[in-house]
Design a protein around this ligand. Structure first.
Ligand code: FUC
Length: 738
C-alpha cells in the first residue's frame, strides 16, 4: 500500500483486516429473486408488434410472442436474412445497400371457446422464457416459449389442465410470398432473395392425445392434450468475404436442427436453455430499492403509467437495467451477426433506417455495456463482422480517397456484406477501434490484442496519418468532417478530433502492452499532441466546431462533441476539469429539446461521467417515463419507432453511475442518485480485468468486493478517498468500510 496520506490510514487498516476475513457477507448477499428476477408482465395479448409483443432470441434466431387467445402469433427473424450486397461505391438509396428482412410468422389458431379470464403474458428475463396463461371454461391453459441457443430452435409448448383441449390450425407464412408445404407434422417454406441469399424455415409439431393432419398448406390438430412446436430457420449466409458471404443451402442444417430438437424432451430442452442463458445473465445482480408489492404486481403498462404520475418504482429501474443485458444476450452471441438497429427483431421488409448498422452512434451504443455489464462474449460479433468487412471497406475507401490512401474508413450505414451507404462518416472506423481496445482493456486477453485488436487499430491509424491535414501553425485537423447530422461539412470538427485522439491514445497503449512498435508509438504520440484539441467558447461551452459558433439555444439530439467525456476519456473532471465544466455547460444547454431514446441514454452516461448524479438519473428516468413501450423496448423518438440502442445505452449509463474505470482508477458509486441511495450490485466489470461487487446504504458503502482475473494493481476511489490494491490472478478482496 503506497502513496497513502494520513487521511487514508483508516481505510488501509480495514482493507488489510478485511482481506483476512472469510467471504461471508456483503456482496455475496443474494438479491431477492422476486424483485430482481425481472418479469415483464402484461395482462392482455399484443396487438402492436413493436410496443407490445415480447422478444426472445438466441443470438441468431429471434421471435416475438403476441399471446393471442384465439390465435397465437410467433413472428420470427434470423439475423442474417438481408437483401443487398457489397454495394460499391455505396449509395444509401441504391438497392445494393439492402435491408434487414422479416422472415415470417407462425400462426396457431385455436377453436373458439368462451372468453378467457385471468390472462397473463409474461417474459421472465432471468430465464428467457415467455409464458402465456389464462383460463377458459374452468380449464387452465399455459404456453411457454423460448429460443434456445444450445439447440438453435424456438420451442413452444402449449398445455392445459384438462385433456383433449387443443383443437385448431397452424400456418407458417413467409414474409416474401413463399409457398409453404405441409407434411403430416411439418411445415416448410424456402426461398431466395434477389441477392442470391437462400433461406428456409421449418416447423415440427408433436402432439399428445388427439390427432394431427395436413390440409393443403395447413396443419389441423384436434382433441390434443398438448402441443410442442419446434421452429428452425436459417439462411446460407456465412461471415466470410472470400466465399462471397454465402455457403451451402440451409435445408440440411435446418432439418437437422428441427429433427434433433424435436427428439429431445421439453424438460431437457428447457433445462439446457436456462442453463445457457443464466451462464451469462446471472453474472450481474442488482437491487436499487423496493417497489411496493401492489405496484410490483401490476402489468407494465400500468406501472409505466404510475411512474408517469410520479410514483417511485426502483424495481422498474432494475428491470430496465437488466433488460439491456437480456436483449444483448438474445441478439448477439459469438458467431452471430452484431446487433443491428433493432437487435435482430423486425416485422417489416423495409424497416426504419434499413435496420442497418449505423456508424455515427447507434452500433457503438449497442455495445457500450457489453464489457462493463459482464457480457464480453456478446461483444465479439462486432469484431468478427468488422474484421471480415475489411476488404470491401478498404476498396470503397480507395475509390473515394484515392489509391494511395492506406487504411480505411466507413460510411454512416453498412450491411453484413461489407456494403455501405449514405455519407462517409470519416471517424467511424476509429470509433469502432475503441471497441476493439475496450474489449482488451476490460478482459486483458493479450492474444486477442495482438491478433485481432492491434492490427485493426494500427490500420485505422494509417488512414489518419494519410488523411490528417496540417494547418499553417503546424496543428493537425481532420478535413471535411461533419458533426453527425448537425452543421456544415468543415475541418477540425470536435467529434473527429476527439475520436482520433482516442484512437491514437489506445493504439499507443496497445503497443506498450504488446511491447511492439516503439518508434511508431512515438510518432503517434507526436501527432496526438499536434491535434487541435478541445476548446472553450464564449458562453463557457465546449465547442462543437473549431470556430466559436455554438448556439446556446440549439437543442440538437446529437451530442457528438462530448465523445471525449463519454465514451472517450480525453476529458474528465479529475484530469481536465476546465473542459469537463465546459462540457456540462454544453450538455445543460442541449437539455431535453428534441431528445430521443438513445440521446437520453448518452446523456445519462455523460452526466454520470461529469459526476452529476441527479442529472444522470433525470435522463435514466426519462427513458422509463417517456420512451419505454409496454414491452420496455425503447422508442427512438418519444412514443414511436423502436430502436434498440436506447435499451443498451441506458444500461451502460446506469453502470457509469455506479462504477467508472476510464481514468486510471476504479471509482465506486461515482454518481449515485438519491433514488438509488441504498442498494446492491454484483458482477460489474472494470478496466484492468477487475470485477466489482458493492453494497451501500444511504449513499455510504457498506462493503465492496474486488476480484482480479489476471492480477494487477488497482487504485480505488470512493468520493474523495483513495486506496491502492495489488491483487494476484484470481484473487478477491473485500473492503468493509470507507
Ligand atoms: C442516427 C440518428 C437518428 C437515428 C438513426 C438510426 O442517424 O440521428 O435519429 O437514430 O441514427
Amino acid at each position: 500500500m503506497k502513496h497513502m496520506t494520513t487521511h487514508h490510514q483508516s481505510i488501509i487498516t480495514i482493507f488489510s483486516f478485511a482481506v483476512m476475513l472469510p467471504l461471508f457477507f456483503g456482496c455475496a448477499t443474494k438479491v431477492d429473486d422476486k424483485h430482481s428476477g425481472g418479469i415483464l408482465l402484461l395482462e392482455k395479448p399484443a396487438t402492436n408488434w413493436e410496443k407490445e409483443a415480447l422478444p426472445l432470441g438466441n443470438g441468431r434466431l429471434g421471435c416475438m410472442v403476441f399471446g393471442g387467445v384465439e390465435e397465437e402469433r410467433f413472428q420470427f427473424n434470423v439475423d442474417n436474412l438481408w437483401t443487398g450486397d457489397e454495394n460499391l461505391p455505396g449509395n444509401y438509396r441504391a438497392p445494393g445497400m439492402g435491408m434487414y428482412q422479416n422472415f415470417g410468422n407462425l400462426y396457431v389458431a385455436l377453436d373458439a371457446r368462451s372468453p378467457a379470464t385471468k390472462y397473463r403474458r409474461e417474459l421472465n428475463i432471468s430465464m428467457a422464457v415467455c409464458r402465456v396463461a389464462y383460463q377458459q371454461d374452468g380449464t387452465e391453459f399455459v404456453r411457454e416459449t423460448f429460443c434456445s441457443h444450445p439447440d438453435q430452435v424456438m420451442v413452444s409448448r402449449m398445455t392445459a389442465s384438462a385433456k383433449g383441449m387443443y383443437s385448431g390450425r397452424m400456418r407458417l407464412v413467409g414474409a416474401h410470398g413463399e409457398k409453404t408445404s405441409a407434411q403430416p407434422n411439418r411445415l416448410t417454406f424456402t426461398g431466395t432473395l434477389d441477392n442470391g441469399l437462400q433461406y428456409e424455415a421449418q416447423v415440427l409439431v408433436a402432439v399428445e392425445g388427439g390427432t394431427i393432419r395436413m390440409e393443403g398448406d395447413t396443419l389441423v390438430f384436434s382433441g390434443c392434450n398438448n402441443l410442442t412446436i419446434t421452429l428452425a430457420a436459417g439462411t446460407n449466409y456465412v461471415m466470410d468475404f472470400t466465399r462471397k458471404w454465402m455457403g451451402e443451402h440451409p435445408h440440411a442444417r435446418v432439418t437437422r436442427q428441427a429433427d434433433r430438437a424435436s427428439k429431445r424432451s421439453w424438460s431437457k430442452l428447457l433445462k439446457a436453455h436456462v442453463k445457457d442463458h443464466q451462464s451469462l445473465y446471472n453474472r450481474v445482480e442488482i437491487d436499487l430499492g423496493r417497489t411496493e408489492e401492489a405496484q410490483l404486481a401490476m402489468p407494465i403498462d400500468q406501472r409505466l403509467q404510475a411512474i408517469q404520475n410520479g410514483k417511485a418504482d426502483p424495481d422498474m429501474d432494475e428491470l430496465l437495467f437488466q433488460y439491456g443485458r437480456y436483449l444483448l444476450i438474445a441478439c448477439s452471441r459469438p458467431g452471430t451477426l452484431p446487433a443491428n438497429l433493432q437487435g435482430l427483431w423486425n416485422d417489416r421488409n423495409d424497416p426504419p433506417w434499413h435496420g442497418d448498422y449505423h456508424s455515427n452512434i447507434n452500433l457503438q451504443m449497442n455495445y457500450w455495456h457489453a464489457e462493463s455489464a459482464n457480457l464480453a462474449e456478446c461483444h465479439t460479433p462486432l469484431f468478427d463482422l468488422l474484421t471480415e468487412s475489411l476488404v470491401p471497406f478498404r476498396k470503397a475507401t480507395k475509390m473515394s480517397y484515392g489509391n494511395d490512401i492506406r487504411g480505411f474508413t466507413i460510411r454512416t450505414s453498412h450491411n453484413p456484406f461489407g456494403g455501405m451507404g449514405w455519407k462517409w462518416n470519416i471517424p467511424a472506423s476509429a470509433w469502432y477501434a475503441q471497441h476493439f481496445w475496450e474489449h482488451y482493456a476490460f478482459g486483458r486477453d493479450k492474444e486477442y490484442l495482438q491478433t485481432v485488436a492491434y492490427p485493426y487499430l494500427k490500420e485505422v491509424c494509417l488512414y489518419w496519418e494519410d488523411h490528417l491535414k496540417t494547418l499553417p501553425d503546424g496543428r493537425l485537423v481532420a478535413p471535411n468532417g461533419w458533426s453527425p447530422e448537425h452543421g456544415a461539412t468543415e475541418d477540425g470538427v470536435s467529434y473527429d478530433q476527439q475520436i482520433i485522439w482516442d484512437l491514437f491514445s489506445n493504439t499507443i497503449e496497445a503497443a506498450a502492452e504488446l511491447d511492439v512498435d516503439q518508434d511508431y508509438s512515438k510518432k503517434l504520440s507526436g501527432m496526438r499532441d499536434r491535434l487541435v484539441g478541445p476548446k472553450i467558447g464564449k458562453w463557457g461551452q465546449l465547442q462543437e466546431w473549431m470556430e466559436d459558433k455554438d448556439d446556446p439555444k440549439d437543442q440538437h439530439r446529437h451530442v457528438s462533441h462530448m465523445f471525449a467525456v463519454y465514451p472517450g476519456r480525453q476529458i474528465s473532471l479529475s484530469k481536465t476539469p476546465g473542459f469537463a465544466k465546459a462540457a456540462a455547460v454544453s450538455l445543460k444547454a442541449r437539455g431535453f429539446g428534441t431528445v430521443v431514446g438513445w440521446g437520453n441514454a448518452w446523456k445519462t452516461a455523460l452526466w454520470a461521467r461529469l459526476l452529476d448524479a441527479e442529472s444522470a438519473y433525470t435522463y435514466y428516468h426519462k427513458e422509463v417515463s417517456a420512451n419505454a413501450f409496454p414491452n420496455l423496448w425503447n422508442g427512438c423518438w418519444p412514443g414511436r419507432t423502436f430502436q434498440i440502442d436506447g435499451n443498451f445505452g441506458i444500461t451502460a449509463g446506469a453502470i457509469e453511475m455506479l462504477l467508472q474505470s476510464h481514468a486510471g482508477e476504479i471509482h465506486l458509486l461515482p454518481a449515485l442518485p438519491q433514488a438509488w441511495a441504498t442498494g446492491t450490485v454484483k458482477g460489474l466489470r472494470a478496466r484492468g480485468g477487475f470485477e466489482v461487487d458493492m453494497e451501500w446504504n444511504e449513499g455510504n458503502l457498506k462493503s465492496t468486493a474486488i476480484s482480479s482475473k489476471t492480477g494487477g494493481i488497482c487504485k480505488i476511489r470512493f468520493k474523495d478517498r483513495f486506496t491502492e490494491l495489488t491483487l494476484k490472478p484470481g484473487e478477491k478482496r473485500i473492503l468493509t468500510e470507507f
